[in-house]
Design a protein around this ligand. Structure first.
Ligand code: 5AD
Length: 355
């Protein structure tokens, strides 16, 4: 009997759950094909390139999974200067990427004024769109950066299960965390908003992951980033072994990540969805390509200068560490063309279907 017949309406939670737990390889091929078809129809063949610059690894938060958590005393901390960041943005423009993404831990050493100036200068001197991913900053900061010309903001909600969220995100005194409220505010400010989850967080059930995917649709996300949870040994979740799973635990595997990428495409047909570095870390040979074949339409080559890149160790063995900026960035156009997926032109903003 057909377990999960594609229906015409939006996917239900039950259908999502069926896909997450599907064991029949032939039926899974159907999921990949369906996601790929929706991708072609809604966002086309172009693959948008976003140059990722990890501008600081300082962080005030102590997320249980993250290698640059405040609690990890063994990390050598860095913060890039404005000149260095601008150089990276220039490189992104030279390589004809449409966007530069400035990412960091939640670092108040990156002051409101500093980031405002950097955004202004990038917008004045390059044709790039600017995406920020700087944590749960106060609204005044986010407003100032938007006025300076920042176009997009990335803030993953990581899990929609409040109990699990609290277990892995100890709160900072005086700074309660409500990422859904912040995403709503960012949207009101005129940002394109991106969010996402990790796949296989210790304690994540299939039901909660299905709810996460429904949340993507409810939030009408412009960008969705998902990657497998990768244990970092210097963190409280570092010794979690995903091969000894509780019965309902989602495994942090490549296969499960493709399912979430594909389902994200089905629930948010117009979203920009990267094939992430975390995915490529599990499969260096074909992870990125398979992500692109199963719903993704964005790649984020890492443009962080080498000495800093190794220090931005949110999880171990990041795929981008073995690639130099040049290999990473210049070879990519040709690789994409050979897949029939030409590099995107222009900023690659979300396209909205005509109403
Ligand atoms: N494994 C996988 N992804 C991680 N991130 C942080 N730490 C890890 C880890 N150990 C992801 C989070 C964060 C994004 C920038 O990186 O989802 O939002």
């Amino acid at each position: 009997m057909e377990k999960s017949r594609p229906s015409d309406g939006p996917l239900t939670e039950a259908e999502i759950l069926t896909w997450l737990t599907e064991t029949d390889a032939a039926r899974l091929q159907g999921l990949w094909a369906r996601a790929d078809g929706v991708r072609v129809r809604h966002v086309g063949d172009q693959v948008h390139l976003r140059g990722l610059v990890e501008i600081s690894n300082h962080c005030v938060r102590s997320c249980g999974y993250c290698g640059i958590s405040h609690h990890n005393r063994s990390v050598r901390r860095y913060r890039m200067g404005a000149g260095e960041i601008l150089e990276c943005a220039r490189l992104a423009a030279e390589l004809e990427f449409g966007t530069v993404v400035l990412q960091a831990g939640e670092d108040y050493g990156l002051t409101r004024e500093f980031v405002t100036q950097v955004v202004r200068q990038i917008r004045a001197r390059t044709p790039l769109a600017v995406t920020l991913s700087l944590g749960e900053r106060p609204e005044e900061d986010l407003e100032s950066w938007r006025e300076a010309g920042a176009d997009r903001y990335l803030l993953r909600f990581e899990t929609s299960d409040p109990g699990l969220y609290e277990r892995i995100h100890p709160s900072v005194p005086g700074q309660p965390s409500d990422r859904f409220a912040l995403l709503a505010r960012l949207r009101e400010m005129g940002y394109e908003i991106g969010s996402g989850v990790m796949v296989g967080i210790p304690g994540q059930s299939y039901e909660s992951l299905a709810k996460d995917i429904l949340r993507f649709a409810q939030l009408d996300l412009d960008m969705i980033g998902v990657g497998p949870f990768l244990p970092h040994p210097a963190t409280p979740l570092g010794d979690f072994c995903s091969t000894e799973l509780a019965p309902n635990q989602v495994p942090a595997t490549e296969d499960m990540t493709y399912r979430v990428v594909a389902l994200s495409r089905l629930v948010c047909p117009e979203a920009n969805i990267p094939s992430t570095t975390a995915l490529a870390t599990l499969n260096r040979e074909t992870g990125r390509e398979l992500g692109l074949a199963r719903g993704a339409n964005v790649i984020m080559p890492n443009l962080t200068p080498a000495p800093y890149r190794a220090l931005y160790e949110i999880y171990p063995g990041k795929a981008c560490l073995s690639e130099t900026v040049d290999q990473n960035a210049q070879g990519i156009g040709e690789r994409l063309r050979s897949l029939g997926r030409p590099p995107g032109r222009g900023p690659g903003s979300r396209r909205h279907a005509p109403t």
